[in-house]
Design a protein around this ligand. Structure first.
Ligand SMILES: Cc1cc2nc3c(=O)[nH]c(=O)nc-3n(C[C@H](O)[C@H](O)[C@H](O)COP(=O)(O)O)c2cc1C
Length: 364
């Protein structure tokens, strides 16, 4: 059984070639490289990006492809993709994957949950799964690539007739730019989208304690966690019961705020028994000065790469606004929110059409 898959090579290594040749054996594959990407009609296809790099990071062709994707916002409309990143050292693989995922997403490409297989130089990053499967690190790497290729080839977008959208934030209700934008957006959605808002802002969210796997499993069996409280009692059940999440993320030191990060960390307990493979991830990121791309990458890294949510095309609206209440005075903000709301509705209800991409651009 094999569905057509387009293998897009953005740099390669000998080890990557050996892994791809074993992992993709018997599948129907069309091959492209960075130079071929602009000329090939890939819209609507299933893609496997393969990035091979030396110890110093990706090669110039990778960055050329990133620039091309950023310039051509509709180029990957209707696509869904996976990522294989092979490094010769221990660094830069995750950074390359997140940069590519954001650029491709803003060009219209979706990613299923857990869309990344990395091979760090030592392959030590395979050791836990290798232990569970009783395979060598190399065999585990190949098996993961094959499993990803099959999952991407067979991926289809979940569609909901009355989707449930959960908005999560940790900001001040009155002064916050992100909360104002999120509430405006919810107001613009049609009543067929059922919405719910949960605030994490009460100063009592404690970060993950890092219990043993066994202890975490024990608590998760009883739908709780070592600390108990709002996260297992209110927030995780709401995530379990929704079809899509909208995270409101102010940029705090080029990262999401501490309460949101604590939620990401404590979701391990939910994931012991419930995955997010059928749920979409959306975000609104607001930076006072710059860096919304870094925050968006952190959000997609945590919730899609690690926690299994689907990254829909153009998952994130980025805004630059600093002073309390200033977002609502930004030129064109209502229009941008309206287009993002329409986009969310189209994704959730399966009415996605070619979007022009403007709703995902920064406001400056
Ligand atoms: C603790 C803190 C750290 C911040 N760090 C950054 C930063 O690194 N880069 C940036 O562009 N803005 C930064 N800002 C500004 C916020 O991103 C900006 O004010 C945004 O509008 C806040 O959204 P909110 O009103 O929803 O909280 C920071 C603000 C705070 C309070």
């Amino acid at each position: 059984m094999s569905a057509p898959l387009i293998l897009v090579r953005l740099g390669t290594t000998d080890r990557m070639e050996a892994v791809l040749s074993a992992a993709l054996d018997g599948l129907t594959i069309q091959e492209l490289d960075a130079a071929g990407l602009p000329a090939a009609p890939v819209a609507g296809k299933r893609l496997l990006f393969a990035v091979g790099m030396d110890a110093y990071g990706p090669n110039p062709a990778f960055y050329e492809a990133i620039r091309w994707l950023r310039q051509n916002k509709g180029a990957l409309t209707g696509c869904a993709a996976g990522l294989v990143v092979d490094g010769s050292g221990e660094l830069y693989t995750k950074q390359a994957a997140q940069t590519l995922a954001l650029a491709a997403d803003l060009a219209g490409c979706a990613f299923p949950g857990k869309p990344l297989v990395e091979g760090t130089g030592s392959l030590y990053n395979q050791h836990i799964l290798a232990g569970r499967l009783g395979l060598s690190w190399e065999e585990t790497y190949r098996r993961r690539v094959r499993e990803l290729a099959l999952r991407v080839a067979g991926f289809s977008f979940p569609v909901f007739s009355r989707p449930r959208l959960l908005m999560l934030h940790a900001s001040d209700h009155v002064r916050s730019n992100t909360v104002w934008m999120g509430r405006e957006l919810l107001r613009m959605l049609p009543s067929t989208v059922r919405t719910r808002e949960i605030s994490l802002q009460n100063g009592t969210i404690t970060d993950c304690r890092g219990c043993s796997y066994k202890a975490c499993l024990h608590y998760a069996q009883n739908d709780t966690c070592f600390y108990g409280g709002a996260i297992p009692e209110q927030v995780l059940p709401a995530i379990r019961d929704c079809d899509a999440m909208l995270f409101l993320c102010p940029n705090y030191n080029d990262a999401v705020s501490a309460n949101l990060m604590a939620l990401f960390n404590r979701m391990t307990s939910l994931l012991q028994y419930h995955d997010l493979y059928e749920k979409y991830l959306f975000g609104i990121v607001v930076s006072g000065y710059s860096g919304s791309d870094l925050v968006a990458q952190q959000l997609l890294g945590a919730m899609c790469f690690n926690k299994t949510a689907i990254l829909p095309p153009r998952f994130c609206l980025a805004q630059t606004a600093h002073d309390p209440g200033s977002a609502r005075r930004m030129a064109g903000i209502e229009d941008r929110l309206r287009r993002f709301a329409a986009h969310i509705e189209q994704v959730l209800m399966g009415r996605e059409k070619a979007m022009d991409g403007r709703e995902a651009e920064g406001n400056r």
